[in-house]
Ligand binder design. Structure first.
Ligand code: SF4
Length: 407
């Protein structure tokens, strides 16, 4: 957490709201959201997906409430859900009222398609009585037509005015248990819209790049938008909108927050070298295999897979644990210190075994249990490789010499 708190801009101090047991804004941890893709009327199917999303890192899950059967499904889902449930409402105000009746922990309203002031106020008044917060979920793609005409398109200012119109209706019934989103599929438009929202309002903001598409391009677009704003101290809750299994959304959200140091690591952070002419193994294969095995363990460790022993252990000395390949052997290291040398085909197994012991026993105990000859054997491998391949394995110096002589 320390380095992030000095590099990221301080988080904007927003008001705090509460969605079920999850606090949002006002210094609370940034939460991860995702949305089910099942029919909400399919209670068991939806609950199964909610459990998967929660296990993958979602703190809050949104379900569509588009018909009476969906509201009835919510009534059965909410008491059994491991995380708070938000009902997603478009067009039909009576579905918002039915979702409140079903006991939802939050509502998302789209001002672009729920436009009748009396209906909006009725929902807000009912939410107020029940202590349920509402997200004003403005979307550039479904902006109120009048605003689209007024601003000649979906501009950041048009999105903000849409929020203000909704807030004015809410104020008429004295409702301010609100969070805001101003999503767009264009990353620059999304970023500017949230910056404006952050300047203008002190309500918590829900970040997202809408309709980001399938991975990997969807992941890149969503990360570009969300991470830029988080670096600016903007954002209280996030959602990756991917055209993919929603579990990928929850994982991505959680991993982004962990990568920025905004949430505690709860799973493996695998780092691996990109490989080069020195690599003694197929780094991609070993790293992929190691990732699959280690992810199952859910241990809060940073683990390195390095292609050679010449630079590997040194470059990855900050990792909790790592393995580097050398002369058909793997050098296992903890915090950069060699603890064991294993045959090449046992590298992944040794890494997994040590990860479990490290998580159970701690660094000091595992360093004390190190194989006494390991460091010496490892250094022999290193020296042998250096003498075989030289210090300039990619022949860069020869090329540089040629450039200097020719030009
Ligand atoms: S020098 Fe070694 S550790 Fe670094 S990229 Fe090449 S193979 Fe990987």
């Amino acid at each position: 957490m320390d380095i992030s708190s000095t590099i990221l801009k301080p988080r904007k101090n927003t008001r705090q709201i509460q969605v079920g047991k999850v606090k949002i804004g006002g210094g609370a941890l940034i939460s991860v959201q995702s949305m089910t893709t099942t029919k909400t009327a399919d209670v068991e199917g939806t609950l199964g997906q909610i459990y998967e999303l929660a296990a993958a890192g979602a703190d809050i899950v949104r379900c569509t409430c588009n018909e009476r059967e969906a509201a009835e499904g919510l009534a059965k889902i909410i008491p059994r859900s491991p995380v708070p449930i938000i009902a997603d409402i478009h067009f039909h105000h009576e579905m918002a009222l039915a979702a409140l009746e079903a006991g939802v922990n939050g509502l998302r309203l789209n001002p672009g398609n729920l436009r009748k002031p009396e209906e909006i106020k009725q929902i807000a008044a009912e939410a107020k009585d029940r202590g349920v917060p509402i997200r004003i979920g403005v979307n550039a793609g479904s902006l109120h037509p009048d605003l689209y005409t007024k601003y000649n398109g979906a501009t950041p200012e048009a999105l903000i005015e849409s929020v203000e119109m909704e807030l004015n209706y809410f104020r008429e019934v004295d409702f301010d248990d609100v969070k805001i989103s101003v999503k767009a599929s264009s990353v620059p438009l999304m970023v500017r819209s949230y910056e404006l929202a952050s300047e203008k309002f002190d309500y918590p903001l829900h970040l997202g790049v809408t309709e980001a598409g399938p991975p990997p391009s969807g992941l890149i677009k969503a990360t570009a938008g969300i991470a830029t704003l988080l670096f600016e101290g903007i954002g209280d809750t996030i959602r990756y909108s991917l055209t993919a299994d929603p579990v990928e959304e929850a994982k991505a959200g959680r991993q982004l927050l962990e990568a920025l140091g905004l949430r505690e690591r709860r799973g493996i952070d695998l780092i691996a070298c990109p490989s080069c002419g020195r690599a003694e193994v197929d780094v991609i294969k070993v790293a992929t295999l190691a990732q699959a095995r280690l992810e199952e363990l859910k241990l809060p460790l940073q683990v390195a897979v390095m292609g050679c022993v010449v630079n590997g252990p040194g470059e990855a000395r900050a990792a909790d644990l790592g393995i580097a390949a050398g002369r058909h052997r793997g050098h296992l290291f903890i915090k950069g210190k060699i603890v064991k040398v294993v045959p090449e085909d046992e590298m992944v197994e040794a890494l997994v075994e040590e990860a479990i012991k490290l998580a159970e026993e701690g660094v000091e105990a595992r360093l004390a249990a190190a194989d006494k000859n390991a460091a010496k054997e490892a250094e022999l491998d290193r020296q042998e490789l250096l003498s075989q391949k030289g210090a300039d394995v990619n022949s860069s110096e020869i090329v540089i010499d040629k450039i200097r002589r020719k030009y």
